[in-house]
Design a protein around this ligand. Structure first.
Ligand SMILES: [Zn+2]
Length: 106
């Protein structure tokens, strides 16, 4: 009798897993995003760099924070903290004025 009870319990545990597999496309997308989020460690590079007290418009790292079209990448994607993102925007705008970086909608 006891063996039968164990079997029933096992089936109950298996059932929800099968249901998840049916929604393959949705779960696959979620897994994909989760994996990529795990791989990306979002840390503000300007906070990590203790030598940099302010963001210079001549800083070569500014290119990392600009798209191909010249748009500034939002901090939620780059991981820049709000304080440095504000400095970054000013630095990028200055860099644009002296043609180090392209204007958006180039
Ligand atoms: Zn920062």
């Amino acid at each position: 009798m006891s063996e039968n009870k164990e079997e029933v319990v096992a089936e109950e545990k298996v059932a929800p897993v099968v249901e998840e597999k049916d929604e393959k496309t949705a779960t696959d997308k979620k897994k994909f995003y989760k994996q990529h989020k795990v791989n990306k460690k979002k840390v503000c590079i300007f906070c990590e760099d203790k030598n940099c007290k302010f963001i210079d418009y001549k800083d070569p790292r500014l290119k990392k924070f600009v798209t191909e079209k010249g748009k500034i990448i939002p901090s939620r994607q780059t991981g820049t903290c709000s304080r440095h993102q504000r400095e970054l925007t000013v630095a990028i705008k200055r860099a644009r004025n002296i043609a180090l970086l392209p204007f958006s909608g180039d």
